[in-house]
Ligand binder design. Structure first.
Ligand code: SF4
Length: 309
């Protein structure tokens, strides 16, 4: 992709802020107003066509990208493609956005074949090739290591994620990427919030971006405000060749599953509760929590921000 004159100016034609302007200007016919705090990102009540759903997901993603400054001029982003519905969607929407975006950035898709029994990545490989996105399929037998490391009643996901993350970091280094994009969505963030709140006694969800402890990479989550149901419907519309994980699916009683059940129960009682909770994560009152360090930090810097209603 060619560079754009003046693209390094903050707020100028090449800035990421301009992506939002571009979306609004060029997708006006299908435009649903961008959601404000407290508004819903859920599907409209009338049946939604596949292309409108795709547009809505794209706009939600670009809003998150703009609001949290996830992509900047010159970024080289490793997009982690697990073979699940979320990462397929993330890659396809980012790839489309890149072609039209007023900022110049690169994508490299990386998929990890973990050596799970029954794994067949041929359809995924064909899909990546058809998309014409630069990509790599890494083969590492993490499956045997995870089985070895997970004790009888431990979950597979914890050791598996650590191994996967390490391999992705090595891949990012090899591909000279400065960022890693992960496909976590709104419901992942809320489940994490519940798990931390109910099992760990911690008020913590998922950030849209953070820097790794060693400072080498920034991890970004462009789909963090997208609803899982929407992603599932989009994936079905697109017929993505999903590769199921046979490891964690074999486990029952996981805390994450329990958190998801609780959210579903709440949603039945309080319609739209997931979006309300997402709004709450963006609308924090540090002065009304009990963490002394947070309260002190807030008091010291509150003069910088307008009073919250
Ligand atoms: S879902 Fe499967 S692949 Fe992903 S972290 Fe858990 S065990 Fe590993």
């Amino acid at each position: 992709m060619a560079g754009h004159p003046g693209s390094d100016r903050l707020g100028g034609p090449g800035s990421i802020e301009a992506i939002l302007g571009w979306v609004i200007a060029h997708e006006a016919p299908n435009m649903i107003p961008l959601p404000l705090l407290g508004e819903t990102t859920e599907a409209p009540e009338s049946p939604e066509t596949a292309s409108r759903l795709r547009d809505r997901l794209s706009r939600t993603m670009l809003k998150t990208v703009g609001e949290y400054q996830l992509i900047k001029e010159g970024d080289r982003i490793l997009v982690a493609v697990s073979g699940g519905k979320d990462s397929y969607t993330m890659l396809e929407l980012l790839w489309e956005a890149r072609k039209k975006a007023p900022v110049d950035f690169e994508l490299v898709a990386v998929h990890l074949d973990q050596g799970q029994p029954g794994y067949d990545g041929r359809a995924l490989a064909a899909w990546l090739k058809a998309l014409e996105v630069p990509h790599e399929i890494v083969h590492e037998d993490t499956y045997s290591i995870v089985l070895e490391q997970a004790r009888d009643n431990a979950t597979y996901c914890a050791p598996c994620s650590r191994l996967r993350r390490g391999i992705l970091y090595s891949s990012a280094e090899r591909h000279r990427c400065n960022k890693l994009a992960l496909g976590h969505h709104r419901d992942d963030a809320l489940e994490t919030l519940f798990m931390n709140l109910l099992y760990a006694g911690r008020l913590q969800a998922m950030p849209a971006r953070y820097r790794t402890n060693d400072g080498r990479f920034e991890v970004i989550r462009p789909l963090l405000e997208c609803a899982e149901d929407d992603l599932a419907r989009h994936a079905a519309n697109e017929r993505y060749p999903i590769i199921p994980c046979n490891l964690c699916g074999a486990q029952s009683g996981l805390k994450r599953d329990r958190a998801a059940e609780l959210l579903a129960t709440l949603e039945r009682e309080i319609p739209n509760v997931r979006n309300i909770m997402l709004s709450a994560l963006k609308n924090v009152r540090p002065s009304h929590l009990l963490d002394v360090e947070v309260a002190e930090a807030w008091e010291a810097s509150a003069h910088k921000y307008p009073a919250r209603k």
